[in-house]
Ligand binder design. Structure first.
Ligand code: UDX
Ligand code: ADP
Length: 468
């Protein structure tokens, strides 16, 4: 078949894979190739067991793979043969040298820019898809400037807003598609090419075009705002635990104000995932760079509250279990940073597990999708840690359960059966507020939700209330 357009995506990760699958599905007359330096990843994309778990993804891959969607290891050939190149490589936070722990590590992205330059003999549209710091497009242009022969590059910014676990839904029905381009004739032409791709399935009024800086900054700001909401509600959950307020009731009442809205107001153990922390750090780095330390501090406090929330959760386990965890068996239900994904990047479960093991607890980790990644994250811990997918086997004999991921599966567990199999007194720390606390308390558990009064069978002297 003769294809109308040829698209390449460099980077076959959580963003590149699903996004290209959607484009291939919605544009059957376009040939889409996805390449990656990680050859195992490419093999996995070409196999039955895809490298990322995403509801609905396998169906789309089945419909497109081998027809107009191809996964390949040949990056050079891919660059030479395609006119539209999406760059979707990883941009983690630097772990070394200047800006360590704050600035983005751009080595993968820069290597890609050089590869594009070296292997291009014709003009191309290069689209930054990965979350990148503002001004990356400008830097990319600098690298691409001394192109061979007549090859010209037009760089666009097209940040991805999909959330893991709902990637297919988000890609098919996005709230908006954002495309940043230069306000020049060639910039607008390139922008139109990309608009034409998305317009195949996204209503035109949802496709926003802006200048490059605005597109790059909007991505960071959108994630920073979402993370800020999570930290805001988590900060209030701490206050609820000290008073008799209930965070679910507060969250509901606050979220019903249409100016505020009800999303991202679910209190828990703090946000994880590859984007929120990284993007806020980038934003703060940018603010400091431009001489705005007060603004940088403001955004950094969102991360501080996130860390505080995890510490609070750990302290609560420790103090509720009589200030010693030595030799106690604790089952972690859920290791992924959220439900419906196997991704564990920045998952609060990593830090919480490490702290429990440091207290000499014996930890069993259970998760329907994330056990492989959990074992990699904790590869340096050789003692007192076990992995067990089945939640009933994982909880049997334990002194405590800590629910760390909001998997639907955990809402439906038979807690009576679980309670019977546990060591008594049995503790339940619900880090996501997803189970029926009253019912679990009646079964016999000592229940510790987030932002709600604990339900304990121990007789504790009631603290006197503050007189105002
Ligand atoms: C996020 C953005 O939502 C997405 O637009 C962007 O493209 C990438 O970053 P993602 O990290 O996949 O997506 O997940 P998201 O659903 O945003 O959740 C992030 C974290 O916040 C998770 O750990 C989740 O459990 C937590 N969260 C979310 C809460 O604790 N409470 C909430 O109310 C919502
Ligand atoms: P994201 O969540 O942003 O998609 P991932 O880490 O899942 O991030 O995916 C990024 C992918 O980019 C990884 O599979 C990585 O191997 C790939 N990658 C990094 N550098 C290059 C490169 N120079 N060329 C091709 N692929 C690359």
């Amino acid at each position: 078949m003769k294809f109308k357009k040829r698209i390449l995506c460099i980077g076959a990760g959580y963003v590149g894979g699903p996004t290209m699958a959607m484009i291939a599905w919605k544009c059957p007359d376009y040939r889409v190739t996805v390449v990656d330096v990680n050859s195992q990843r490419i093999d996995a994309w070409n196999s039955k067991e895809l490298p990322v778990f995403e509801p609905g993804l396998d169906k789309i891959i089945k419909k497109t793979r081998g027809k107009n969607l191809f996964f390949s290891k040949n990056i050079e050939k891919g660059i030479a043969e395609n006119d539209i190149i999406f760059v979707s490589v990883n941009t983690p936070t630097k772990t070394f040298g200047s800006g360590a722990g704050k600035a983005p590590d751009l080595q993968y992205w820069e290597k890609t820019a050089h590869q594009i330059l070296e292997n291009s003999t014709s003009s191309k549209i290069v689209i930054e898809k990965s979350t990148l710091p503002v001004k990356t497009a400008a830097a990319m242009e600098k690298i691409l400037t001394p192109a061979k022969g007549k090859a010209k590059f037009e760089v666009l910014s097209n940040p991805e807003f999909l959330a893991e676990g709902t990637a297919i839904k988000d890609l098919e029905n996005p709230d908006r598609v954002l495309i940043g381009s230069h306000e020049t004739k060639s910039g607008r032409k390139a922008c139109q090419e990309l608009v034409n791709i998305y317009a195949r399935w996204v209503p035109r009024n949802k496709i926003i075009t802006t200048n490059i800086w605005s597109a790059e900054l909007s991505k960071l700001v959108a994630n920073a705002f979402l993370a800020q909401r999570v930290s805001s509600i988590n900060s209030i959950s701490a206050l609820c635990e000290k008073t008799e307020a209930d965070i679910s009731e507060v969250s509901r009442a606050v979220g019903m104000d249409s100016r505020i809205g009800n999303k991202f107001l679910q209190a828990g153990i703090g946000f994880g995932g590859s984007c929120f922390k990284k993007d806020i750090l980038h934003l703060a780095y940018l603010c400091n760079y431009y001489g705005l330390p007060e603004i940088a501090n403001y955004w950094e406090s969102v991360i501080k509250i996130n860390e505080y929330q995890q510490e609070r959760f750990i302290t609560n386990i420790f103090s509720s279990m009589f200030n010693t965890l030595t030799g106690k068996k604790i089952c972690i239900l859920g290791f992924a940073f959220k439900s419906n994904t196997g991704d564990t990047r920045e998952s609060p479960a990593i830090h919480i597990t490490r702290k429990l093991v440091a207290e000499h607890a014996h930890v069993t980790i259970s998760d329907p999708q994330a056990l492989k990644n959990a074992a990699l994250d904790l590869a340096d811990i050789h003692e007192n840690i076990k992995y067990e997918e089945d939640p009933y086997r994982a909880t049997a004999g334990c002194h405590a359960i800590a629910i760390l991921t909001d998997w639907d599966l955990y809402k439906k567990l038979d807690f009576r059966k679980i309670y019977k199999s546990m060591t008594k007194p049995a503790f339940l720390f619900d880090g996501r507020n997803i189970v029926d606390h009253k019912k679990c308390f009646e079964i016999g558990f000592n229940v510790y939700p987030i932002g709600k009064p604990a339900m304990s069978h121990f007789k504790i002297k009631k603290k006197s209330t503050i007189s105002l």
